[in-house]
Design a protein around this ligand. Structure first.
Ligand code: PNS
Length: 156
Protein backbone atom coordinates (compact mmCIF):
# COMPACT_ATOMS: atom_id res chain seq x y z
CA UNK A 1 0.00 0.00 0.00
CA UNK A 2 1.74 3.16 -1.21
CA UNK A 3 0.34 6.24 0.51
CA UNK A 4 1.43 9.77 -0.40
CA UNK A 5 0.79 13.07 1.33
CA UNK A 6 0.34 16.18 -0.81
CA UNK A 7 0.64 19.08 1.66
CA UNK A 8 -0.02 22.77 1.18
CA UNK A 9 -2.07 25.81 2.08
CA UNK A 10 -4.38 25.57 -0.96
CA UNK A 11 -5.75 29.10 -0.44
CA UNK A 12 -7.35 28.55 -2.90
CA UNK A 13 -6.81 25.29 -4.77
CA UNK A 14 -5.82 25.97 -8.40
CA UNK A 15 -5.92 23.91 -11.59
CA UNK A 16 -2.18 23.40 -11.08
CA UNK A 17 -2.82 21.73 -7.71
CA UNK A 18 -5.60 19.60 -9.22
CA UNK A 19 -3.26 18.51 -12.01
CA UNK A 20 -0.66 17.37 -9.43
CA UNK A 21 -3.37 15.56 -7.43
CA UNK A 22 -4.56 13.70 -10.54
CA UNK A 23 -1.01 12.67 -11.46
CA UNK A 24 -0.37 11.52 -7.88
CA UNK A 25 -3.60 9.52 -7.79
CA UNK A 26 -2.28 7.46 -10.71
CA UNK A 27 1.09 6.84 -9.07
CA UNK A 28 0.02 5.93 -5.53
CA UNK A 29 -2.61 3.68 -3.97
CA UNK A 30 -3.83 6.51 -1.78
CA UNK A 31 -3.20 10.24 -1.75
CA UNK A 32 -3.95 12.43 1.26
CA UNK A 33 -4.24 16.10 0.34
CA UNK A 34 -3.21 17.69 3.63
CA UNK A 35 -4.13 21.27 4.36
CA UNK A 36 -1.83 23.10 6.75
CA UNK A 37 -3.73 24.82 9.56
CA UNK A 38 -1.48 27.86 9.68
CA UNK A 39 -2.72 30.33 12.27
CA UNK A 40 -0.06 32.93 11.34
CA UNK A 41 -1.36 33.57 7.83
CA UNK A 42 -4.35 35.73 6.90
CA UNK A 43 -6.12 33.36 4.51
CA UNK A 44 -8.78 34.26 1.96
CA UNK A 45 -10.71 31.04 2.71
CA UNK A 46 -11.09 29.49 6.16
CA UNK A 47 -9.79 25.95 6.68
CA UNK A 48 -13.34 24.57 6.63
CA UNK A 49 -14.18 26.43 3.41
CA UNK A 50 -11.04 25.10 1.76
CA UNK A 51 -11.76 21.54 2.90
CA UNK A 52 -15.34 21.78 1.58
CA UNK A 53 -14.27 23.17 -1.80
CA UNK A 54 -11.51 20.59 -2.17
CA UNK A 55 -13.87 17.70 -1.35
CA UNK A 56 -16.27 19.11 -3.97
CA UNK A 57 -13.72 19.44 -6.77
CA UNK A 58 -11.55 16.32 -6.26
CA UNK A 59 -13.23 13.43 -8.13
CA UNK A 60 -10.62 10.67 -7.70
CA UNK A 61 -11.74 7.93 -5.31
CA UNK A 62 -8.27 7.17 -3.91
CA UNK A 63 -7.76 10.80 -2.81
CA UNK A 64 -8.93 12.17 0.52
CA UNK A 65 -8.67 15.61 2.06
CA UNK A 66 -7.44 16.15 5.61
CA UNK A 67 -5.92 18.92 7.76
CA UNK A 68 -2.77 18.94 9.85
CA UNK A 69 -0.73 21.18 12.08
CA UNK A 70 2.75 20.84 13.51
CA UNK A 71 5.54 19.15 11.59
CA UNK A 72 4.63 17.66 8.23
CA UNK A 73 6.82 14.59 8.80
CA UNK A 74 5.06 13.83 12.10
CA UNK A 75 1.75 13.94 10.28
CA UNK A 76 3.12 11.78 7.43
CA UNK A 77 4.42 9.16 9.90
CA UNK A 78 1.11 9.18 11.74
CA UNK A 79 -0.68 8.58 8.42
CA UNK A 80 1.80 5.79 7.58
CA UNK A 81 2.71 7.54 4.34
CA UNK A 82 5.98 6.73 2.59
CA UNK A 83 5.98 9.72 0.25
CA UNK A 84 5.51 13.49 0.31
CA UNK A 85 4.48 14.94 -3.06
CA UNK A 86 5.32 18.51 -4.01
CA UNK A 87 4.58 20.26 -7.26
CA UNK A 88 7.47 22.13 -8.80
CA UNK A 89 7.06 24.85 -11.39
CA UNK A 90 9.97 27.01 -12.48
CA UNK A 91 13.58 26.81 -11.28
CA UNK A 92 12.68 29.48 -8.71
CA UNK A 93 10.71 26.87 -6.71
CA UNK A 94 13.67 24.55 -6.52
CA UNK A 95 15.78 26.08 -3.77
CA UNK A 96 12.96 26.34 -1.21
CA UNK A 97 11.66 22.88 -2.12
CA UNK A 98 15.16 21.36 -1.87
CA UNK A 99 15.62 22.87 1.60
CA UNK A 100 12.30 21.48 2.77
CA UNK A 101 12.88 18.05 1.22
CA UNK A 102 16.33 17.71 2.81
CA UNK A 103 15.14 18.94 6.21
CA UNK A 104 12.20 16.54 6.06
CA UNK A 105 14.55 13.71 5.09
CA UNK A 106 16.79 14.53 8.04
CA UNK A 107 13.78 14.45 10.36
CA UNK A 108 12.28 11.29 8.84
CA UNK A 109 14.82 9.39 6.69
CA UNK A 110 12.30 6.81 5.49
CA UNK A 111 9.96 9.34 3.90
CA UNK A 112 10.84 10.35 0.34
CA UNK A 113 9.84 13.64 -1.25
CA UNK A 114 8.73 13.23 -4.86
CA UNK A 115 8.51 16.27 -7.13
CA UNK A 116 5.94 16.33 -9.89
CA UNK A 117 5.53 18.88 -12.66
CA UNK A 118 2.07 20.16 -13.49
CA UNK A 119 1.13 20.50 -17.16
CA UNK A 120 2.89 23.45 -18.78
CA UNK A 121 -0.39 25.35 -19.09
CA UNK A 122 -0.34 25.69 -15.29
CA UNK A 123 3.38 26.21 -14.77
CA UNK A 124 2.99 29.91 -13.93
CA UNK A 125 0.00 29.51 -11.60
CA UNK A 126 0.06 30.23 -7.89
CA UNK A 127 -2.66 30.82 -5.30
CA UNK A 128 -1.06 34.18 -4.51
CA UNK A 129 -1.27 35.38 -8.14
CA UNK A 130 -4.85 34.10 -8.47
CA UNK A 131 -5.89 36.19 -5.44
CA UNK A 132 -4.05 39.28 -6.72
CA UNK A 133 -5.49 39.09 -10.24
CA UNK A 134 -8.99 38.53 -8.86
CA UNK A 135 -8.68 41.37 -6.35
CA UNK A 136 -7.64 43.75 -9.10
CA UNK A 137 -10.55 42.77 -11.36
CA UNK A 138 -8.85 40.31 -13.73
CA UNK A 139 -10.46 37.05 -14.86
CA UNK A 140 -9.34 33.81 -13.23
CA UNK A 141 -11.62 31.62 -15.35
CA UNK A 142 -10.03 28.29 -16.23
CA UNK A 143 -7.22 28.78 -13.73
CA UNK A 144 -9.19 27.55 -10.71
CA UNK A 145 -12.06 25.03 -10.44
CA UNK A 146 -15.48 26.60 -11.07
CA UNK A 147 -16.48 26.21 -7.40
CA UNK A 148 -13.48 28.32 -6.40
CA UNK A 149 -14.24 31.00 -8.99
CA UNK A 150 -17.86 31.12 -7.79
CA UNK A 151 -16.83 31.50 -4.14
CA UNK A 152 -14.34 34.21 -5.02
CA UNK A 153 -16.91 36.15 -7.03
CA UNK A 154 -19.46 35.82 -4.20
CA UNK A 155 -17.15 37.42 -1.67
CA UNK A 156 -16.19 40.36 -3.88
O1 PNS B 1 2.41 24.88 -0.77
P1 PNS B 1 2.74 25.63 0.48
O2 PNS B 1 1.58 26.42 0.97
O3 PNS B 1 3.98 26.44 0.31
O4 PNS B 1 3.03 24.51 1.61
C1 PNS B 1 4.02 24.61 2.55
C2 PNS B 1 4.01 23.40 3.50
C3 PNS B 1 2.64 23.20 4.11
C4 PNS B 1 4.38 22.14 2.73
C5 PNS B 1 5.09 23.66 4.58
O5 PNS B 1 4.92 24.93 5.09
C6 PNS B 1 5.04 22.65 5.72
O6 PNS B 1 5.35 21.50 5.56
N1 PNS B 1 4.62 23.13 6.93
C7 PNS B 1 4.46 22.31 8.09
C8 PNS B 1 5.52 22.63 9.15
C9 PNS B 1 6.81 21.89 8.88
O7 PNS B 1 6.87 20.68 8.78
N2 PNS B 1 7.89 22.68 8.68
C10 PNS B 1 9.21 22.17 8.35
C11 PNS B 1 9.33 21.99 6.86
S1 PNS B 1 10.96 21.51 6.42
Amino acid sequence: MRRAIYPGSFDPITMGHLDIIERSSKLFDEVVVALLMNIDKQPMFSIQERVDIMREVIPWTNVRVDTFDGLLVHYALQQQAQVIVRGIRAVSDYEYELQMALMNRRLAPNIETVFLMAGEAYSYLSSRLIKEVHKLGGSIRGLVPEAVERSMLERK
